[in-house]
Ligand binder design. Sequence first.
Ligand code: NAG
Ligand code: NAG
Ligand code: NAG
Length: 355
Amino acid sequence: MVETTPVSILVLGLFILLPIIIFPKLKGWTHTAQSTILPRLGLRFWRSRQSSEIVSLRMYPIKSCRGFEVQKTILKEHGLDLDRRWMLVDAKTNEFLTIRQIPDMTRIGTALSDNGLDLIITIPDVDSESVITVSIPCHPSLDWLKSNTTIAPVKIWDNDTDGYIYNESINAPFSAFLGRPVALVYKGPTPRILKGNGDPSLLGRIQTTGFPDVFPILIASEASLSELNNRLRRTGVDPITVERFRPNIVIKGQTPWSEDSWKTVRISGDRKPLDLDVVARCARCQVPNVDPDSAVKHKKQPWDMLVSYRRVDEGIKYKPCFGMLSAPRSEGVVEVGMRLEVLEETSEHRYIKGF
Ligand SMILES: *[C@@H]1O[C@H](CO)[C@@H](O)[C@H](O)[C@H]1NC(C)=O
Ligand SMILES: *[C@@H]1O[C@H](CO)[C@@H](O)[C@H](O)[C@H]1NC(C)=O
Ligand SMILES: *[C@@H]1O[C@H](CO)[C@@H](O)[C@H](O)[C@H]1NC(C)=O
């Protein structure tokens, strides 16, 4: 039997503590070696390419309003088929409105009709517990737009573009719910050309989008979300869903935050492979603090937690990052279950302000 002398207690203590101290460090070192040192030495073969499964596809047809999941849709150069093709503007100034100033916008719901041809919008009725339903074509023809809307300049961020403005019978329930005159707008024909990291001089092509803030597609990783949720849980905060971050493509993911260095990714399955340029990390504001169900904004989280460890981009040092902003190189069908493979990585990501 070992005598319980101070020395043996010390030795025993070291035996228990050393692995605890060393293993996480080792994990950190091998990860650094894999993601930065070895690629620089050209030793890419050292590990296989990162690859994961698409677990969710999400569209938010009206900017800042509630979106929905689909099993399958079309990836277009401007984003997922119906994503952010519409937005709400102030009826007097035609300036865009977002969940940043008006959290209640997330209580406006969207869905597809059974035949998939119409967008069904549900707006809470201020006078009852029920909702008002508005239905508009998902892909309105030019004739439909000409006879049912008026085209006008609209302002999004600091830039003008154009939009087809819906008529008063469509807009009235939105205005009643938000308590101010607003109008629903469909993206007009003037191309909204990507800027910042997506500027044609950097991207190597001219690419456009509808009404997303900056880029056509946001990709998020469940592995990163659960890492964040573990941290939130430890501080006594309920875990949040990925919807808080309003991503379009959600992958299962492996190592949390390994997406930080993606440069090019490929979506593949039984169908034509689709490549996307990952142009920037997504610098976040406080929108993820808003519960998409209730529109209640948490005073602190996840913002405080993200700020504490996710300010990882030198181009935008004061904002935390979650998800990767991307520009598709081609168009085609994308489906839950397809694989997303990382073709190229970079240590050069640096956010450049766009719009
Ligand atoms: C205008 O909208 C109504 C309702 O959706 C539709 O029945 C009508 O055909 C539209 N006009 C044109 C020219 O498409
Ligand atoms: C407004 O547009 C809708 C189609 O969205 C159409 O059915 C309706 O007749 C229009 N109302 C007026 C007053 O023009
Ligand atoms: C915004 O749009 C105007 C023209 O409407 C253009 O002159 C200006 O350069 C744009 N600003 C940015 C930051 O893109």
